[in-house]
Write a protein that binds this ligand. Structure first.
Ligand SMILES: [Fe+2]
Length: 181
């Protein structure tokens, strides 16, 4: 426990915000690793489009991890950036799709983004009343994550506004539906 934090916050509130941010840090660290895994494992006719679409998002999410970690430090706490921290903090499983075609990966990735964005919105809600600066940072990050999810979904959407993997609750099921669509 630190003896200092951001001016205007109690050290308890600083620690509360830092704990919320630690979960986002591990989520972002897991996400940029998952994105690279897809970058390496996508195959098939649309390989190059997806392979190249992923890398700018890796850079963006790595930047978000950096911003979140440095905010934790500014709050007077210690950001945990190790593989063990990701494992300890996460409530989800490893990304489950290996070598597969573009739409299969994108359908699975859509579920990944739904999980990350849902948790980020909950984090925005929980820090909002304590620290509007952290809230503002998370809002900006989440807006860009939501934009990228639209990029992902645009590959999976038909003219009627349906997603090919609609109703899937697991990545493998989503990938399977998208592969057959
Ligand atoms: Fe690469």
């Amino acid at each position: 426990m630190s003896t200092f934090t951001i001016p205007g916050l109690s050290t308890d509130d600083g620690a509360r915000v830092a704990a919320v941010l630690q979960e986002r840090l591990s989520a972002y660290n897991d996400l940029h690793l998952t994105l690279k895994h897809i970058h390496w494992n996508v195959v098939g006719p649309n390989f190059i489009g997806v392979h190249e679409m992923i890398d700018p998002q890796v850079d963006l999410v790595r930047g978000y991890a950096d911003d979140v970690a440095e905010r934790i430090a500014a709050l007077g706490n210690s950001p945990k950036g190790t593989a063990g921290a990701i494992e300890a903090d996460r409530s989800w499983d490893d990304y489950s799709v290996g070598r597969d075609d573009a739409r299969a990966h994108l359908a699975a990735l859509d579920l990944v983004y739904t999980g990350v964005i849902t948790d980020s919105r909950a984090a925005i809600d929980s820090v909002g009343k304590i620290d509007p600066i952290t809230e503002d940072m998370l809002i900006g990050q989440t807006a860009q994550l939501e934009k990228f999810q639209w990029f992902v979904r645009a590959h999976l959407e038909n003219s009627g506004g349906n997603l090919v993997h609609e109703g899937s609750s697991t990545e493998l099921d989503a990938a399977d539906k998208a592969r057959k669509a």
